[in-house]
Design a binder for this molecule. Structure first.
Ligand SMILES: Nc1ncnc2c1ncn2[C@@H]1O[C@H](COP(=O)(O)OP(=O)(O)OP(=O)(O)O)[C@@H](O)[C@H]1O
Ligand SMILES: [Mg+2]
Length: 343
């Protein structure tokens, strides 16, 4: 209940034990009666042990995309500046085509643009963009609109675990659009039904990809694609509607404070950078000096747990009872080196 209404932040550098901990947490919660429900945004395809154990289903993130791409997003993804007149014209042309039920291709957009009096230099540039192979690929996504979009709420009612696989490609912009769309839909439905139709916990690996802190490294376009907004709104509003979040990151300093500060419970695995200690201190209120002493020295799979979901009113060390490792390489580098030399 506390994670669902109050969210959990999970921090720790690479190989510190975050995913192993969350896998174990999910297994325990799903073995409960009644089983808890999870939506996992799986960036690297690591959560398949849950599927293999029969806890649920896994779908590529693109199963949730059809219908998600708006004319705005297409124009943006064609590389047009949202403040330019070219952007407005192309967007209008796509809207008109969609309204008429005409297929949106580079050719049909160009035909539609003929109706509009564009400046010749702008027109030249738009033509150049539309005739590129990239444009054809982006527009293909739109024409797949007839394919039926997977229904997450229905899937959640049938399966304790729904894994959304983001490892099928590395198109972070498109992944952010899908993420905004999926969480946006959960948001609308949860609020519309006053949080009394369904409940689930969303597990978000590498949250810095969806909700980066201003001034920190960013990937894709989290501002225009809506992923930052939807996650900030989600953690600030959805707890009250029985939709929780587990926000995971290797670098808490890179994730928006607006998101982390809404987590009522935090578990920190090994963290060595002082920027990360500062961020954890900032969002937990726990002493920076204590964190600097404790966090760099944590053993793998040992976390420092603080907050409301813990039965203790003081921070405690917590060791993961391993169930399954995440699906990553099982051989060590030295084993591989030996094999490479013997070949
Ligand atoms: N397949 C495996 N076989 C053996 N040990 C593993 C395996 N996967 C993980 N481990 C061990 O568990 C430790 C923690 O792994 P885990 O993947 O849970 O960390 P993580 O914090 O999620 O890392 P990352 O941020 O890189 O995903 C590793 O250092 C390693 O010792
Ligand atoms: Mg991991």
């Amino acid at each position: 209940d506390w994670i669902t209404k109050g969210h959990l932040g999970v921090y720790g550098q690479t190989r510190s034990g975050k995913t192993s901990f969350v896998l174990r947490l999910i297994k325990s919660a799903v073995d409960n009666d009644p089983p808890a429900r999870f939506v996992i945004y799986d960036r690297y395809g690591e959560y398949s042990p849950l599927i293999d154990a029969g806890y649920g289903v896994s779908l590529g993130y693109d199963s949730f995309l059809s219908g998600a791409i708006s004319p705005d997003e297409i124009a943006l993804r064609l590389g047009l500046d949202p403040k330019s007149s070219a952007f407005r014209d192309v967007k209008t042309a796509i809207e008109t085509l969609m309204d008429k039920g005409t297929e949106v291709t580079p050719e049909t957009i160009l035909e539609e643009l003929e109706e509009i009096k564009m400046r010749s230099d702008v027109k030249g540039r738009v033509e150049y963009i539309l005739k590129s192979p990239r444009a054809r690929k982006e527009l293909k996504v739109l024409s797949q609109g007839e394919r039926e979009e997977a229904n997450l709420i229905k899937l959640l009612k049938e399966n304790p675990v729904v894994v959304i696989d983001f490892s099928i490609d590395a198109d972070i912009g498109r992944q952010q659009i899908a993420f905004s769309h999926i969480v946006g839909k959960l948001f609308t439905r949860a609020v519309a039904t006053r949080g009394e139709e369904f409940t689930c916990i969303n597990v978000i690996e590498e949250a810095q990809f969806f909700a980066p802190e201003r001034g920190m490294p960013t990937y894709g376009n989290p501002w225009e694609n809506g992923s930052l907004t939807v996650l900030s709104m989600g953690v600030s509003q959805l707890g009250g509607y029985n939709v929780g979040f587990i926000v995971m990151t290797q670098r808490p300093a890179y994730v928006a404070k607006a998101v982390l500060a809404q987590c009522n419970t935090h578990i920190c695995f090994r963290l060595m950078s002082s920027a990360d200690h500062d961020q954890v201190s900032g969002v937990t209120g726990y002493s920076i000096w204590r964190l600097r002493e404790i966090l760099p020295n944590l053993e793998t799979h040992v976390g420092f747990l603080m907050g409301a979901a813990s039965p203790f009113w003081f921070p405690v060390f917590c060791e993961t009872e391993l169930w399954e490792y995440p699906r990553k390489a099982t051989k060590t580098a030295s084993q591989l080196l030996r094999e490479m030399y013997s070949e």
